[in-house]
Write a protein that binds this ligand. Structure first.
Ligand SMILES: [Fe+2]
Ligand SMILES: [Fe+2]
Length: 398
């Protein structure tokens, strides 16, 4: 099979990318296209690129109904930034493609002019041929001359395919941040950006330490392979919102971001494993199914993710029901979990509004909403939540 390889940061994925993929398939020069969102950023400081799972699932969403096209997670691993050559070799090594498949590296014609300065270009061409898009308006003659030059020095064959001209660049989109503008991004991407509150001006993760940012990236890659996309995106939303609340209320953004990211780290483990983990810190009874993953998560975060900080572990342990006296980190992670931007199960506007300037008021509002919804089902809230609510009400500043 002839497989087109199309890699990029896709930050965000836009209609220009879509037109490349469609053009390559329409040209019939490839049978399928494998789209590979980069994991570790290559040419930019890591923080200037949106966290990898957001970009991966954004692309996945955008291409969900696209024929002859797959999104590949081969670069979703922590480590050194991966170069084109490494990725191409790994595709074969990991049997994503077979030895018989012919690979075509899909690129824009501008790439032809910088290809010689890439890392081991001759090696790349042993793995894949170049399949180059021709946009209307570019100097086709120059591109073809350059292609001939490369064909000569690298003993290769370069193919071309036409695409519709879509004048759009990710960097410009991020700068404008006008996601409602038509014809720039697919609707699914627009919805994804809105749902996850991406490209926000305040960018809370810019304020965590370098060391913590590196840990967040590393844990994101591990979580990527350990939980569903839906839960991972929820976890990252909680991470970002926790960091935002930490900055707003004078808490530690590093601790809050880490606790936020890992708060559900045990939720998709087999139930028996969760019971065994929780038993290490809760003695004498097995917590209910909805709560189990919080103590299990605290132990798992310590054993599997190397978290030693008790404040972080506590915030994970108490994120479902709270405890009588909550630390600021507990409160932040608890709230962020309930109202992160992807949550739409209820009217959360009041709690979100309170959380603008009064953490305790937001928490009281949140507990009361849960109490009411439980009462409607004839249920009572957990004893620890009751105690936490009573404590907050008793200590409320007048
Ligand atoms: Fe949870
Ligand atoms: Fe959660």
């Amino acid at each position: 099979m002839k497989i087109g390889i199309y890699g990029g940061a896709f930050d965000p994925f836009h209609n220009g990318h879509l037109s490349m993929i469609r053009g390559a398939i329409a040209s019939k020069k490839v049978d399928r296209v494998l789209v590979i969102p980069t994991g570790m950023p290559c040419f930019k400081p890591a923080r200037n690129v949106t966290l990898s799972p957001y970009r991966f699932y954004m692309v996945k969403q955008a291409l969900k109904d696209e024929p002859k096209c797959d999104v590949c997670d081969i670069e979703q691993v922590f480590g050194e930034p991966s170069y084109t050559l490494t990725t191409l070799k790994n595709l074969r090594k990991q049997k994503v493609v077979s030895d018989k498949d012919e690979l075509y590296f899909i690129c824009g014609s501008d790439l032809l002019f910088e290809f010689e300065s890439w890392w081991k270009p001759e090696e790349i061409l042993k793995q894949a041929k170049l399949l180059c898009a021709l946009r209307p308006g570019i100097d086709e003659g120059q591109a073809r001359n350059q292609a001939m030059h490369l064909e000569e020095i690298f003993d290769t064959k370069i193919k071309f395919f036409p695409i519709e001209g879509v004048e759009v660049a990710s960097s410009v989109l991020r700068k404008d941040a006008d996601w409602e503008k038509e014809k720039t991004i697919p609707d699914s991407v627009r919805k994804f950006i809105r749902t996850h509150d991406l490209y926000c001006e305040d960018a809370p993760l810019m304020h965590v330490s370098d060391e913590t940012y590196k840990l967040l990236m590393k844990h994101c890659f591990t979580l990527f392979h350990e939980m569903s996309g839906k839960r991972l995106l929820h976890s990252i939303n909680v991470c970002v919102l926790s960091a935002r609340y930490a900055l707003r209320f004078g808490a530690d953004p590093d601790k809050c971001a880490l606790a936020g990211l890992l708060h559900d780290c045990a939720k998709e483990l087999p139930e028996q494993q969760q019971i065994d983990l929780a038993a290490k810190i809760i003695h004498g009874y097995v917590p209910g199914k909805q709560i189990l993953h919080s103590p299990a998560g605290a132990v798992y975060a310590k054993e599997h993710y190397g978290i030693e900080d008790q404040e972080i572990l506590d915030a994970i342990q108490y994120h479902t029901i709270g405890r009588e006296i909550m630390t600021i980190t507990d409160k932040i992670v608890y709230l962020a979990d309930k109202v992160e931007p992807g949550r739409d199960y209820d009217d959360l506007s009041m709690i979100r509004r309170y959380a603008e300037n009064d953490l305790n008021a937001a928490l009281i509002e949140c507990y009361c909403a849960i109490k009411e919804s439980f009462a409607r089902k004839g249920l009572a809230i957990h004893e620890d939540t009751k105690k936490s609510l009573a404590y907050l009400l008793a200590n409320r500043s007048q």
